[in-house]
Design a protein around this ligand. Structure first.
Ligand SMILES: Nc1nc2c(ncn2[C@@H]2O[C@H](COP(=O)(O)OP(=O)(O)O)[C@@H](O)[C@H]2O)c(=O)[nH]1
Ligand SMILES: [Mg+2]
Length: 212
């Protein structure tokens, strides 16, 4: 009887675990975001911004939500270590791409990397959220301008590849266009925490729905 009740209790309180990867260029604010998520959702606060060093390799953090554990992987964004991201793709349930909305000079580089994430076949059916970070800064581009900037970048890419006869009219491009059209972009400040709970809600709902 005890085992039966224990089993039933475990069944009722069991939590499913989902992996979420946080990617983006170095300096976009991925680690600051992870630490803010930990601070907002856990009893033990995450690191304060002055304690955060550039990430080499990866950081992991977990939060507990109703019947769900979200496990976040903050992957290093420097050029040399981006090649490890695809190793995480097969086992992840959601992807968060952080763009630095303040750093206009690196937007193009950020879009190039975002584009390779968005078009990666391993994560074609995985929920993808674009976060326009650093919204606390008056120099930052707001969410709608960030989206427009990426769409323009993408349009330019297509026109350039048409000109050089590299244009690929196959279904890949079609999938990519669809993905961009349905892309969700949210504004956050990883530093101050604004928008972070809304982003977590978005992820929570998406991973629940993807549950098979
Ligand atoms: N103003 C502002 N600065 C931020 C924000 N998030 C991160 N930063 C700063 O951006 C720099 C890079 O942050 P970090 O989390 O190390 O970026 P990562 O390389 O993507 O992990 C640090 O100086 C952070 O304090 C934000 O929301 N607003
Ligand atoms: Mg980092």
């Amino acid at each position: 009887m005890y085992h039966l009740l224990k089993g039933f209790h475990e069944y009722l309180t069991r939590k499913e675990e989902f992996s979420v990867i946080i990617v983006g260029l170095d300096g976009a604010g991925k680690t600051t975001l992870l630490e803010k998520i930990k601070t907002l959702y856990n009893d033990v606060p995450g690191l304060t911004p002055d304690k955060i060093a550039p990430t080499v390799g990866q950081n992991m953090g977990k939060i507990t939500l109703p019947s769900t554990i979200l496990k976040f992987w903050d992957l290093g964004g420097q050029k040399g270590i981006r090649s490890i991201w695809p190793r995480y793709y097969d086992d992840c349930h959601a992807v968060v791409y952080v763009i630095d909305a303040e750093d206009r000079e690196r937007l193009g580089e950020g879009w190039e990397v975002f584009d390779s994430v968005l078009s990666n076949p391993q994560i074609l059916n995985v929920p993808l959220l674009l976060l326009a970070n650093k919204q606390d800064s008056p120099q930052s581009l707001p969410v709608d301008e960030i989206r427009r900037d990426y769409e323009e970048w993408f349009q330019n890419k297509i026109e350039n590849s048409r000109r050089t006869y590299e244009y690929d009219s196959s279904s890949d491009m079609h999938h990519q266009r669809e993905r961009i059209a349905s892309l969700d972009v949210m504004g956050v400040s990883a530093l101050e925490g604004t928008g972070v709970r809304a982003a977590i809600d978005w992820i929570f709902i998406r991973v629940q729905n993807s549950r098979s």
